[in-house]
Write a new protein. Structure first.
Ligand code: SAH
Ligand code: SF4
Length: 413
C-alpha cells in the first residue's frame, strides 16, 4: 500500500510547498543557493553591499540558508530591513514546487519537484528519494533531467536528456528533504515529518538518482562542496557518494576537486559485455576505469570504493562472473554492492533468481570482499534504483499497471 498525500489539486500542492517558503523558485531572479562563498560575496557587492561588509553578510546569509534552512529573506533576523528588501529584489532563495510526496510502506519517501524551464521549453520535474535505515538516512539525489547515456537495464536511460540541473537545483533536493523531514534545527517539524529529536535524518547523500553526475561536473561539484561545508549543512565527505557509469577523466577530477566517496556502476567483468550493458565502456574501457579507481586519492580499507553490480539473469550472474570480478578488483580497496535488477515495462532483462544472487554474494565474500545485497526499497512507489523517470515523461496508465504487477514480486518485507 502506498501512503500518498493526495495532491491532485494545485491548492494542496501549494500548501505542501508553502511550508518551505512563500513562493517558488523563480528563474527571473538570480539564485543565492548554489553559489560558493566567494561568488556570493561578489554578487552582494554588485547590488551595493559595501565591500567591507560583504564577507560578514555572506557568513550571515550562509548560516540562514544552510544551518537554519530559511527560504524567505524576511526571516533573516540579524539583517537590516533595508538590506533584506534589497536582497529580495535581486535574488531568489525560494524552494521548488513539490508536485507530489509519496511515502512507501517501508518508510522510503519520494518527492517529485518542479524546476523552472531554464531554456528546456517547459518546467522540468525530477524525483528525489529518501531511504531511512537503522543508523543512517540516505538521500538519493538527481544530477540531470534524463541521461545522455543508454545503459540497457536503466529506465532513466530510455528517457531523452532534457538538461543539466543547476547547482541550486541539486542542493534544493537536499533542502526540500530536510524541510519535509524536519531536519533543520530550530524549525518546526512539518505535518508528516518524522521526529523533532536531534538526530540527523539526512546523514548521507548519494548521487545515484537520474543522470550521470560527471557529465554535469561543475554544478555537482559546487553543490557537494556546499553540502559538505563545515559552517553549513556540514555533511562529511565520507558520507557523500558520487556514482558514475565510468567517466574516467571525471573520476580523476572528482578525487582532486571534490574528495567525496566514489561508486562505480560496473555491472560486467569483461569489455565485450560491458560495452553492451554500459555503452560508455566503449569510450573508457575497463582497464582505464580500474586504473582511475586504483589511483583515487585517499582510498584504503576504511575508505573503499563501492562497485555496483546489477544482477541480470543469465547475463552477468554466473559464478564465473563472480570469480572474474574478484580477480579484476584485486588490489583495490573495494566493496561490492549487488543490486537485484528492478524491472520496468519494456525492459529486456530479468532479475537473477534469489538463490543465484546469494551464491554470487557468498563467492565474493569468500574472496574477502564485503558484498551486501541491496534490498529493493520503495519499489511500491517506484523509488528503487533505475526506476526514476520524471513526470514530464510520465508513464501511461497501462504501463503503470504493468509496473505495479512487476514490482509486487519484489516486495520490501
Ligand atoms: N548515472 C550514474 C548514477 C545514477 S544510476 C551511474 O550510472 O552510476 C544509480 C545506480 O542504479 C547505478 O549503479 C545504476 O547502474 C543502477 N541501476 C540503473 N537501473 C537499474 C535497474 N533497473 N535496477 C537496478 N539498478 C539499476
Ligand atoms: Fe545514465 Fe546511470 Fe542510467 Fe546509465 S545507469 S543510463 S549512466 S543514469
Amino acid at each position: 500500500m502506498v501512503v500518498s498525500l493526495d495532491l491532485s489539486d494545485r491548492d494542496k500542492r501549494a500548501a505542501l510547498s508553502a511550508s518551505a517558503g512563500a513562493s517558488f523558485m523563480d528563474e527571473q531572479k538570480k539564485p543565492l543557493i548554489g553559489l560558493s562563498r566567494e561568488e556570493m560575496r561578489l554578487v552582494l557587492i554588485e547590488i551595493g553591499v559595501p565591500e567591507k561588509q560583504a564577507k560578514m553578510r555572506t557568513s550571515q546569509i550562509w548560516h540562514w540558508l544552510y544551518v537554519r534552512g530559511v527560504s524567505d529573506f524576511a526571516l533573516m533576523a540579524n539583517i537590516s530591513k533595508v538590506l533584506r528588501e534589497m536582497l529580495e529584489e535581486s535574488f531568489s532563495i525560494a524552494r521548488p514546487e513539490i508536485v507530489e510526496e509519496q511515502i512507501s510502506k517501508d518508510g522510503t519517501r519520494k518527492w517529485l519537484m518542479r524546476f523552472p524551464a531554464r531554456g528546456a521549453g517547459k518546467p522540468v520535474d525530477i524525483e528525489t528519494v529518501y531511504i531511512p535505515e537503522k543508523n543512517r538516512g540516505t538521500l538519493c539525489i538527481s544530477s540531470q533531467v534524463g541521461c545522455t547515456l543508454t545503459c540497457t537495464f536503466c529506465h532513466t536511460g530510455t528517457q531523452r536528456m532534457v538538461r543539466n540541473l543547476t547547482s541550486e537545483e541539486i542542493l534544493a533536493q537536499l533542502l526540500v528533504a530536510k524541510d519535509r523531514l524536519g531536519d533543520f534545527p530550530d524549525r518546526d517539524t512539518p505535518q508528516g515529518g518524522i521526529a523533532p529529536e536531534r538526530v540527523r535524518l539526512v546523514s548521507n547523500i548519494v548521487m545515484m538518482g537520474m543522470g550521470e553526475p560527471l557529465y554535469n561536473f561543475e554544478n555537482v561539484k559546487s553543490a557537494l562542496l556546499i553540502a559538505s561545508d563545515s559552517d553549513g549543512i556540514a555533511l562529511s565527505k565520507r558520507r557523500i557518494t558520487l556514482s558514475t557509469s565510468g567517466v574516467v577523466p571525471g573520476i580523476y577530477r572528482t578525487g582532486e576537486e571534490i574528495g567525496v566517496a566514489l561508486a562505480i556502476s560496473l555491472h560486467a567483468v569483461n569489455d565485450e559485455l560491458r560495452n553492451e550493458l554500459v555503452p560508455i565502456n566503449k569510450k573508457y574501457p575497463l582497464k582505464e576505469l580500474l586504473d582511475a579507481c586504483r589511483n583515487y586519492p585517499g582510498i584504503n580499507n576504511a575508505r573503499r570504493i563501492t562497485f555496483e553490480y546489477v544482477m541480470l539473469k543469465g547475463v552477468n550472474d554466473s559464478l564465473n562472473d563472480a570469480k572474474e570480478l574478484a580477480r579484476l578488483l584485486k588490489g583495490i580497496p573495494a566493496k561490492i554492492n549487488l543490486i537485484p535488477f528492478n524491472p520496468w515495462p519494456g525492459s529486456e532483462h530479468e532479475c537473477s533468481d534469489w538463490d543465484q544472487i546469494e551464491k554470487f554474494a557468498d563467492f565474493i565474500n569468500a574472496c574477502g570482499y564485503a558484498s551486501p545485497i541491496r534490498r529493493p526499497r520503495g519499489s511500491d512507489i517506484m523509488a528503487a534504483c533505475g526506476q526514476l523517470k520524471s513526470e514530464s515523461e510520465k508513464m501511461k496508465a497501462r504501463e503503470r499497471l504493468a509496473m505495479a504487477a512487476m514490482v509486487s514480486g519484489h516486495g520490501d518485507e
